[in-house]
Ligand binder design. Structure first.
Ligand code: GAP
Length: 486
């Protein structure tokens, strides 16, 4: 990461804490690694991102419905999905530092170092050897590569490594009072399986006709060996997933549709389009016939935010096999029964949250001549802003607070608004800029006479005098979901 990017990332993280967006979980006990809490502004922003996703996926598509499945599922679900046997990371321990690492991550760091030092041939050779070892599940070969390339533990500096072992990423717990192996259940590592096991329930009760989709937003849990980069890789996180069921043979058409539709969703927020790119998977899971990531350029490089996969009939067929229940669809148009194929779109809500914060964070220099001034502003899309308007009485007396509260009580029926009377107006503006509030409304003595206020716009800092009656319309227009959905 370059010095500027490193600084930007650090500033975003401290800003997120200082302004009530994200806190370390159980911070008073020194925190819990890779687990975070969303504060008063963070939870509003997160909810707004969810609303944007839900509206555009469910409300805007007649053939998509949403569900909310439980986090706990029958343990056979995870046998059928392949997670019990295959949802592993190869891990290695250093015997001196007792630190645990992902073997592939150690090798990837080495590849990055070779590239940085201009040893591109060596980097390519190691990449190929690592890919082959991973593909064939050859754990001995992975360890040999770590030794051959003289990779030392960053903590102890030694090369005293254990064997490489597979480490399942699912958290398990016990259901019921008696702890027996048969009572073992898992915290879901993805929300997708809650959709697959409900495929028939939704299809039948909703009389859904193919092609149709089931969407869901919910928590997922993974015992990540390496958790880093703030909320980028967490042990408890949220996903927004769609499983779109199609007639076999039409999947590539729908795959392309969802690829374009999802990128459009991202770009509608006004993000610089050059910050996004598609990354096609060259190595596909055995059941997938196409897979692509939507990547965003974070300060630490292009990273996956969302995955789009053409999954064939893998999941439904597996659940059919393990449950013994038919999960088929009778297609009246072709007079045939079949197990539908699936296109999945899966976006990490926390990654989208981080992307949004990074993308809209600006430290703006407002100096004029010798007069130094600056502000930190979150240029959030108004639809996503945690607070839509802040209402300030110019002073705490002369009936101005009462008038300001009157305005607030009206606006709060439709919007999340706040009232502030402490400090000079300039300071109050800065506090609202820092959380991305698009409008600040100031009530002054003139307001008592003619029912007008000044409204100050976050991005331009321009102020205009408007009638109180107009506020609903001005704010309503700017924060309307129509701006993003049409
Ligand atoms: N059902 C498909 C699935 O779960 P995935 O690529 O493992 O696919 C989808 O996850 C998305 O979930 C990723 O693109 C990422 O945004 C998010 N995600 C995955 N692991 C995560 C973690 N440990 N912390 C935060 N977000 C994560």
């Amino acid at each position: 990461m370059s010095k500027n990017n490193d600084e930007l990332f650090k500033n975003v993280i401290s800003h997120a804490k200082e302004y009530g967006f994200v806190f370390q979980s159980s911070e008073i006990y020194d925190g819990l690694s890779a687990v975070y809490d969303y504060g008063q502004n963070g939870s509003e922003l997160k909810n707004n991102i969810k609303t944007y996703w839900w509206k555009s996926m469910v409300q805007m598509h007649e053939n998509i419905v949403g569900i909310d499945a439980a986090i706990f599922m029958h343990p056979t679900t995870w046998k059928a999905s392949g997670h019990v046997d295959g949802f592993n990371d190869p891990m290695i321990d250093n015997k001196d530092s007792k630190k645990r690492y992902r073997a592939d991550q150690l090798l990837e760091d080495k590849i990055a170092r070779y590239e940085k030092d201009g040893k591109t041939a060596k980097a390519a050779e190691l990449q190929q050897a690592m890919d082959e070892a991973l593909k064939s599940d050859n754990l001995t070969a992975l360890r040999d590569l770590i030794l051959e390339h003289e990779i030392a533990c960053p903590v102890s500096g030694t090369r005293n490594w254990t064997d490489v072992r597979q480490f399942n990423l699912m958290f398990s717990t016990q259901i019921g009072a008696i702890a027996e192996e048969s009572d073992k259940i898992y915290l879901r590592p993805e929300t997708a399986q809650g959709i697959f096991v409900n495929y028939l329930n939704v299809q039948k009760t909703g009389r859904m006709k193919i092609p149709f989709g089931i969407a869901q937003i919910g928590k997922a849990f993974r015992n990540e060996v390496i958790a880093r980069q703030f909320i980028m890789r967490m042990r408890e996180f949220e996903q927004m997933e769609l499983q779109f069921f199609v007639r076999p043979g039409t999947e590539m058409e729908w795959y392309d549709y969802w690829k374009q539709t999802r990128l459009k969703w991202h770009k509608a927020l006004g993000t610089n389009p050059e910050k996004y790119r598609f990354h096609d998977h060259t190595k596909l899971a055995h059941y997938a016939n196409a897979a692509v990531d939507i990547e965003f350029e974070f300060p630490f490089g292009f990273k996956e935010v969302e995955g789009i996969h053409s999954r064939g009939d893998f999941d439904l067929s597996q659940h059919q096999k393990f449950s013994g229940k038919k999960l088929q669809y009778f297609d009246p148009e072709i007079n045939q029964n079949y197990v539908p194929y699936v296109i999945e779109t899966s976006i990490g809500l926390d990654r989208m949250f981080l992307l949004t914060l990074i993308n809209c964070f600006e430290e703006e220099d407002l100096s004029e001549g010798d007069k130094k001034d600056s502000r930190t502003v979150l240029r959030l899309h108004p639809c996503l802003a945690p607070v839509k308007a802040a209402i300030f009485p110019l002073t705490k007396k002369d009936g101005l607070p009462e008038k300001a509260r009157e305005i607030m009580n009206r606006l709060k029926l439709d919007h999340n608004v706040v009232y502030e009377e402490k400090d000079a107006i300039g300071k109050r503006y800065r506090r609202q800029d820092a959380i991305g509030t698009p409008f600040c409304i100031t009530v002054d003595h003139q307001s008592l006479e003619d029912n007008t206020v000044t409204i100050r716009h976050r991005d331009t800092m321009a102020q205009e005098r408007v009638a109180i009656e107009q506020l609903d319309q001005i704010i309503g227009n700017m924060v309307s979901w129509k701006n993003l959905l049409s």
